[in-house]
Structures are given as C-alpha cells and as structure tokens.
Design a protein around this ligand. Sequence first.
Ligand code: KG4
Ligand code: ZN
Length: 340
Amino acid sequence: ILPGPLLAIESSCDETACAILAPDGRVLAERLVSQEAHAAFGGVVPEIAARAHLALLPDLAGKTLESSGLARGDLAAVAASTGPGLIGGLIVGASFGKGLAIALGKPFIAINHIEAHALSARLPGVSDGQIGFPFLLLLVSGGHCQCLAVEGVGQYRRLGGTIDDAAGEAFDKVAKMLGLGWPGGPALERLAREGDPAAFALPRPLKGRAGCDFSFSGLKTAIARQLEPFGFAALPRQVAADLAASFQQAVADVIEDRATHALAMMERPTALVAAGGVAANTVLRERLTALAAAHGLPFVAPPLRLCTDNAVMVGWAALEICREATRLGLPVPDDRATRP
Ligand code: KG4
Ligand code: ZN
C-alpha cells in the first residue's frame, strides 16, 4: 500500500478534475470543472476539450493540493486516466501527471477510465465495503454503454455493450429533437414527469434477444418519425412531454432487460452496480433497484458526483491497484517510463 497520499487526474472527456486521496481512500481534497464551452455546440468538441484541459489543469492541481493542506513533496504517487476517452484530453492529463511524477521521483499510475468507474462502487462511503466480487457493472453514460462482470481488481469480463449509440447519447439526441438544451438527459427527465409513458408505442431494440448488447439508434429514428407530422411547427408541450416519457420508458425497459440477461450470464453475482451519467435517471434507478431486489442483491449507484466523470474514482482505482499489488507481493505499479 502507498506510504502517503496520491494526486489523481481525470481529463478523458469534458470534466477537468483533480483529487487527493489518503492511502485508506479518504478524500483529502477534490476540485472539478465541467467545461462550459461545449454547450453552444450541443456536444463535446474534442479539440476544445483538450485545450481547456491544458489551460485548466496546472492551476486546478495546485489549488487541490493547497486545499488539502499538503505540500507537493508529501505526495507518494500520481495517477491519471489514460484511456479510453478523447485522446487530446487524455494526453494532457497523462503528460501533466507523468511530468509531475518524474519531477517528484514518485510512481505514475496509469488508470483505465472504465476500471475507475467499475471500482467506484467500492469507495468508502458509497457501499461501506459491502460490495465484494463479482458484481455486475452497468456503465451507462454519454460515451459508454456496457455490462461488465467485475470479478476482481484487474479482472473484468465484458458481457455486452452498445452496437451503435451510448444510452446518454440517445438521451442527448432525443432531447435536442424535442428542443431541450444540452446535456439533454436531465432536461428530458424533467419534461417526462409531465408526460404519459404509454402515449407513444416506441420500439424496444434488442429486448428479449440473447446476450446483453444494446442498440439505441432505432429508438432515436422512431422519435424522429413521430416528429415528422409537426414539420417546422412548434411542438405542443404535452406532445413533447409524452414523447419524452415514452422514450424514457423504452430506454428503461431495454436496460432492465439487458441487465437481467447480464445477471444470468454471471455466476453468483453479489451486487448490481450502475455508474455513468444516465445512472442518475430516477426511473432507471427505480427499475434497477427492483431488479436487484428480485435477485436478492443490493443495488448500488454512487452519488451523482461520483457517477459522472471525476478524479476521486481515478484515485480510488489507483489505491485498489496498489493494494492488489501488495497482496500479490508486487511493487506499486509505475508507468513513468511506459504507458500511455
Ligand atoms: O458520465 P457522464 O457525465 O459523461 C460521460 O458521458 O462520460 O454522462 C453524461 C451523460 C449525458 O449523455 C447526459 O445526458 C446523461 O449522462 N444524463 C442523464 C441524466 N443525467 C445525465 N440521462 C438520463 N437521465 C438523467 N437524469
Ligand atoms: Zn466516464
């Protein structure tokens, strides 16, 4: 285990984030900036994201360190997400982290971003250590949509994933069609509260099929078709609300079905875990809570700030990796000279 705290960096998409964690996982300081420059474009622009990370990161890391009350020399390691994600931002975060680690003479720990989401359910304060292995991770965000069997630290089995759009991407695109802002998920959920989820008969792509892959592009097209009669005329609010509710219901139906299949593909799962921005959706959470209960399993979804991209989960994954290395009698991993 690490002899001191570590600095963790997240820059794989449009959040620039730093966190400092004690070796036991306590969060000593945390700072996050959600880049706002993308809203005008209705989606994340990779080039803008990378430049923003570059502009933000040095100051953010300094301020995080300052608010932890530590000095640079107190850090025992530096960790950063090094993939998957938008390559420009990843290079900024990884180069910054690696450079700092080299200057400090301390290890640099390269973290797989999906692994960080996967292990976030085990953070102190999230599941209070209740989550053991294996568990089913349903990762549903704007960029990812997959079912992972998390069998141990470093042991992941991909059970299925989207064959076209991620769930969050579908929420965002449908929200855009309904004239809502970006990111669309939260706005669509709010509007759906005024609508009838049975108002429109929408498809449930891949529901009932073997395996646990996802598909959302057909659902998007189905919404576009329902909008055709309105042409350029303003969409009546009730129609928009009914479409939002019907869409959300269809997505929840599909995800519930896919998660049911994924659980059946695992041997003795101990929990159902959801992470990613879409896991913030109340209707989906209710469904997954009921599904887990029907299987006699706990349902765990980290609080929203830890569900979406953040540096705390990156630091926690680094600590889990260090702990596992110690258990195996291996040194702390050090990627200063290797990855990415
Ligand atoms: O994890 P995240 O912050 O970023 C990545 O994509 O990695 O997820 C953002 C996605 C967006 O597509 C957003 O529309 C969606 O999560 N989202 C939601 C809700 N809150 C955020 N989708 C449905 N319902 C929500 N309440
Ligand atoms: Zn993510």
